[in-house]
Design a protein around this ligand. Structure first.
Ligand code: SAM
Length: 320
């Protein structure tokens, strides 16, 4: 097991199935320009091999399938059932929800239990302004389909002062009514936001979020797992919500995350653009690949930072 001087090890792997996305969210990419998919993306088979190796070499226990938009890729249909039978304690998917209804049979057959759906507003016009694509009703139908199938649904919302600050309470009401845990993600200065005044302008921190929520709800802080990214709160009689407080309460000291991009680059830290190419390693026989991967993982864990300062890397490329 590879452990760094702060006692951190890799336990959670996030795999980006594809860098392609059908949205162009304002906080993720600049100017609404669709970024091209990575020129060389790994096949579903190679990605499954990478996960298998990472379970053995790093002790990965939990897997999150992300992107880009994972449900946009036809790889999803092969990748999901293949990883569901690996020795993992948890498999989850992060999606913008646009293709959930279309892919619900794949999800049902594979036996997925947990899904995170990104949704920043319940207002259709604002939805189009933020995502620059997509359709709100389709996402809402996808959320209902997942609840009907018995999946545990979480919704991720990025609150931004000039875009959706007035949605902080309506989104929480919507989620609590449906037994969904809402997770507010503090805007991260990633990608084009790293050196952009829009970041300071739009950032809403945990204290302000809690003040707004307190105008309508009574809540108390509750336990979150040791390496959880979210600070959790309970609204008595209703349910829970969380805040992923990268800025206000960074979780770097207990971070166990490792990211694999769709073109075969391993990232040990979201706040560090250092990466390690494992394409060649994945072509080696499994026993040889395992030995080589150990060396790569030692470098990747050394990339972990002790404070989140953001990075110029784009979330959709490295697997947000
Ligand atoms: N397409 C999928 C989705 O929309 O959930 C998965 C990829 S997306 C990059 C994963 C998550 O990253 C989304 O919940 C999105 O809101 C979040 N995200 C992207 N850029 C962000 C930023 N600058 N700050 C905070 N969250 C961000």
């Amino acid at each position: 097991m590879i452990v760094d001087q702060h006692g951190r090890r890799f336990r959670n792997l996030r795999v980006s199935l594809t860098a392609a996305c059908n949205y162009a969210c304002t906080y993720c990419v600049a100017d609404g320009k669709r970024l091209q998919p990575a020129s060389r993306e790994l096949s579903a088979e190679a990605l499954v091999k990478a996960v298998r190796l990472m379970i053995r070499a790093a002790g990965i226990e939990k897997l999150r399938i992300t992107g880009g938009e994972p449900l946009l890729s036809s790889k999803f249909d092969d990748f999901l059932p293949a990883v569901m039978v690996l020795p993992l304690s948890d498999v989850a998917v992060t999606t913008n929800g646009q293709f959930l209804v279309r892919r619900q049979e794949v999800i049902r057959k594979a036996g997925l239990k947990r899904i995170n759906i990104s949704l920043d507003t319940l207002d259709p016009g604002r939805f189009r302004l933020i995502a620059r694509s997509g359709d709100l009703d389709t996402v809402l139908a996808g959320i209902d389909a997942m609840i009907d199938m018995g999946l545990k649904v979480k919704i991720n919302m990025v609150p931004m002062r000039t875009a959706n600050a007035d949605q902080i309470l309506p989104m929480l009401e919507f989620c609590l009514d449906r037994g969904i845990e809402l997770r507010y993600i503090e805007l991260m200065n990633m990608g084009h936001l790293k050196y952009n005044a829009a970041y300071q302008r739009d950032f809403i921190g945990m204290d302000e979020l809690l003040t707004t929520i307190g105008t309508r709800f009574t809540f108390a802080r509750t336990d979150a797992p040791y390496d959880s990214t979210s600070v959790r709160f309970n609204v008595p009689g209703y349910g829970n919500f969380g805040i992923i407080a990268n800025e206000s309460e960074p979780f770097c000291s207990s971070c166990t995350r490792l990211r694999l991009s769709s073109n075969g680059l391993l990232y040990g830290c979201l706040s560090n653009s250092n990466h390690h190419d494992i394409n060649a390693l994945l072509e080696a026989p499994e026993h040889e690949a395992l030995v080589r991967l150990q060396g790569v993982l030692e470098k990747a864990i050394a990339d972990k930072q002790t404070a989140f300062t953001g990075e110029v890397t784009v979330m959709k490329f490295i697997g947000g």
